[in-house]
Design a protein around this ligand. Structure first.
Ligand code: C2O
Ligand code: CU
Length: 625
């Protein structure tokens, strides 16, 4: 069992404990002593079971057990002891103290047990002093009310002392909620402290001339609403660049200068262009409120950067990005190596979901292409959705030659294998066209995808649903690089991802980083040339495709193990439930950068923060990531 499954078991156990304690109280209160006895025995057993799940979770990493060890388990034990003292003699001993007293004792244990269920679901990681005290307040208040009703603590010193304690916990807990330091150490600092610096983001621009024989590639993109017709004839109401979805395919050759003029015709909330995976100078990054203001209707903005990274990338709006990208504000960016004549079939394939149906580019039904045997083929898969997607390639062995634009080292031949592509990520597949047909499927769906066929007829496709999934960290061959898991790092940031109700930026059931939701997330600060290590822990039950702007990260370890295959240089990596990833990067691109989950609805619900270089400041504030 991994940490996520253990956490799920722990929730079930916490639920059973709650139900059993309260059930026992009800049975006793209604005079069914035998049932009460049985439920008490169950309650004690499952309560002890929580000790076991907590120990198992702690073994997976302290982050997975923190609030259980410091808060909910001690509460449960206190509740259990109370129940034993108040109800034990009545339930098991045959003694006849007042039934009300025993029922109140069992209810107290029930309230305490409920904290173990409610806290991880509603508050999540971490249990801060404030959250812990407020939880104790709630359990304490419920207990006091119950005891009063049972005549246990009507008046007198005990009642007054209890009330005073609960009130104190409430006041101190509420007060601490406003103390910025009441969080776990993530290596970050509050963004207020980070802001008071000098060098403006807007000064961090790129070169204005091509390099080494390149030319200037000029593009004009106008954002506007349009009704787009997919290949099947189905129409969708879209937000587009130049009236088309995907937007225009941008291409360049290494050394070219890419210059894109963005205009906004009628997207009221504004748009930008973010070059996903491209380590552009900070001012060209297209992060509204961070590197520029959003481009509103009637406005324009020019982006300029050198095509100095070869490979498969994509662009998308970063303003109201969840909605904007979903509705179509994205396109492909492919940069070819200089001097390499392109031969054969080279396709960039952004795969996107429109109103519940998947489309390869504009093809929402199988896209059949006549392809001569012997043709060298490169398929550039781009997942423009917010959730991971499984791909299979049938009919030929192939190699996964590049991930996120970066070539893998000695990738082996693959066949009958599922490839899981993170949201925002890219896979380049290469093979030589065989004599028979080839099919590329998404989600094992036989109705959609790409078909290459020697004679142009639509081939029959086999079912790929039970093909095993490639483990990327074991694919290809190791190679030594500038740094690795054992290097000395200048900085270490830890991000624990979870869910919980948060109030900053409007109350919501947020996706949190170290207990905070954007914009309350602390800024991570680095110095130029620092070697930075980042630990990402997923404590929740959803996948988080992590994406740092402006830098590619090297995978150091996944669940404690260094990759056994090719070095993996990524810009988006899927941290699945219960997983712990460690990645590293060299801080060589000064600026103020977004660092966020690329499930864009999660980012929208708070799962984002800033990473900034010392001495850089932004004057843009009105953005919305
Ligand atoms: Cu592809 Cu911040 O995003
Ligand atoms: Cu996420």
């Amino acid at each position: 069992m991994n940490a996520s499954q253990l956490a799920a078991v722990d929730l079930v156990v916490a639920f059973l404990a709650t139900a059993a304690w309260i059930g026992a109280a009800v049975m006793l209160g209604t005079g069914r002593l035998l049932l009460a006895r049985a439920l008490c025995a169950l309650a004690v057993t499952v309560s002890l079971g929580r000790v076991a799940t907590t120990v198992a979770l702690a073994a997976e990493g302290w982050w997975f057990a923190q609030e259980k060890v410091t808060l909910t388990l001690p509460l449960l034990l206190a509740g259990g002891v109370t129940a034993a003292v108040l109800a034990g003699p009545r339930v098991f001993g045959g003694a006849r103290p007042a039934a009300g007293r025993a029922v109140a004792g069992l209810l107290t244990a029930g309230y305490a047990a409920a904290a173990g269920l409610v806290f991880p679901l509603l508050i999540g990681y971490p249990a801060t002093w404030s959250a812990a005290l407020l939880t104790v307040t709630l359990v304490g208040a419920a207990t006091l009310i119950t005891w009063r009703a049972a005549g246990l603590a009507g008046t007198g010193g005990v009642a007054r002392a209890g009330t005073a304690l609960v009130a104190l916990a409430a006041v101190v807990g509420a007060g601490l909620a406003f103390v910025p330091g009441d969080t776990v150490d993530s290596g970050g600092v509050p963004s207020r402290l980070a802001a008071s610096r000098a060098r403006p983001v807007s000064a961090l621009r790129g070169p204005t001339e091509p390099a080494g024989g390149g030319t200037v590639r000029r593009y004009e993109l106008t954002a506007r609403q349009a009704t787009v017709t997919l290949a099947s004839g189905r129409t969708v109401a879209a937000w587009t660049y130049n009236g088309q979805v995907p937007g225009p395919a941008l291409t360049a050759t290494e050394g070219d200068l890419i210059e894109v003029t963005l205009r906004n015709q009628d997207i009221d909330r504004g748009v930008t262009l973010h070059w996903h995976g491209y380590d552009v100078p900070n001012a060209e990054d297209g992060a509204p409120g961070v590197t520029q203001d959003a481009v509103l209707p009637g406005q324009e903005h020019v982006y300029r950067f050198l095509a100095n990274q070869v490979g498969t990338y994509w662009y998308h709006t970063h303003q109201v990005s969840d909605r904007g990208v979903r509705l179509g504000l994205y396109g492909t960016l492919v940069v070819a190596p200089r001097g390499a004549a392109s031969t054969g079939l080279d396709l960039a394939i952004p795969v996107h979901t429109f109103a519940g149906e998947v489309a390869f580019g504009t093809h929402d039904r199988a896209d059949v292409r006549e392809t001569r045997p012997g043709t060298s083929v490169r398929l550039r898969l781009i997942n423009t959705d917010s959730t991971p997607r499984r791909f299979t390639l049938a009919g030929t062995p192939y190699r996964l030659v590049a991930v996120d634009g970066n070539d893998l080292n000695r990738p082996g031949e693959l066949s009958r294998t599922g490839l899981r592509l993170p949201a925002g990520g890219r896979y380049d597949l290469a093979f030589t066209m065989p004599d028979g047909p080839v099919a590329l499927l998404a989600g094992d769906d036989l109705m959609t995808g790409l078909r290459l066929s020697p004679d142009g007829s639509a081939p029959a496709v086999e079912n790929t649903a039970n093909w095993p999934e490639l483990e990327l960290t074991r694919y290809g061959s190791p190679a030594s690089g500038e740094f690795g898991p054992d290097s000395r790092f200048d900085r270490h940031f830890t991000m624990v991802l979870d869910r919980g109700v948060r109030l900053s930026g409007g109350p919501k059931y947020a996706h949190t980083i170290n207990g905070r939701a954007y914009p309350a997330t602390p800024t991570q600060i680095v110095r130029a040339d620092d070697l930075v290590r980042v630990t990402v822990v997923n404590r929740g039950f959803e996948t988080h495709p992590w994406h740092l702007h402006g830098h590619r990260v090297l995978v150091l370890t996944k669940d404690g193990r260094a990759p056994a295959g090719s070095p993996l240089l990524l810009d988006t990596f899927d941290v699945r439930p219960g997983e712990v990833w460690e990645v590293g990067f060299r801080a060589t691109n000064p600026g103020l950068w977004m660092n966020h989950c690329h499930n864009l609805s999660h980012a929208d619900l708070g799962m984002a923060l800033h990473l900034t270089y010392e001495g850089v400041s932004s004057s843009f504030h009105d953005g919305h990531s």
